[in-house]
Write a protein that binds this ligand. Structure first.
Ligand code: ZN
Length: 173
């Protein structure tokens, strides 16, 4: 469930991207995996998207030394979606010289992701005010409110301490 909540909030935070930016979501379960803010190119012919950074939904597996003819000798972490377990691609941290363009990047298999262009389906989008409010989202908001409240109290306390230090003591008349 936490993943589903993260999804909702991640997407809204991704709106900070430039207009027309693309969000890559898992083709299987739709959680956001990355966006074009961290885009580093596309390998033509290999249908691989190269990303400098990915979301928390992309998890690295244990190191594998490749035996594939294409990238023999490379070492990489296999990548998978933490929400549904689908394989997503590879993160290379050691490659032969002809593959250095893949090095230290998330090589996301473009068949494992769907591209969501920001603002693309604006007409068919359901405004947040009309979205169904589930018990889970309510609980999530309640928790968030509690957290914010605690934070606010801490800030108020700090503020009053600061005030006491900065402002001259009130004169007794
Ligand atoms: Zn997934």
């Amino acid at each position: 469930m936490a993943a589903a909540h993260g999804f909702t909030f991640k997407l809204s935070s991704l709106y900070r991207t430039v207009d027309g930016g693309v969000v890559y979501v898992c083709a299987n379960c739709q959680v956001p995996l990355g966006d074009t803010n961290d885009w580093n190119g596309k390998l033509q012919g290999e249908s691989v998207v190269l990303l400098k950074a990915v979301s928390e939904f992309v998890k690295c597996g244990r190191v594998i030394r490749s035996r594939d003819p294409d990238d023999a000798g490379s070492k990489y972490h296999p990548l998978h979606c933490s929400n549904c377990g689908s394989p997503l691609g590879r993160f290379y941290f050691s490659t032969p010289p002809h593959l250095t363009n893949k090095l230290n990047l998330y090589n996301i298999d473009s068949t494992a992701v769907k591209e969501y262009t920001l603002g693309e389906d604006l007409d068919s989008m359901i405004p947040a005010s009309e979205a169904p409010l589930t018990l889970e989202t309510c609980q999530y908001f309640e928790e968030e409110f509690k957290k914010q409240h605690v934070l606010l109290e801490m800030l108020q306390e700090k503020m009053s301490k600061l005030e006491n230090r900065v402002l001259p003591p009130e004169q007794d008349s």
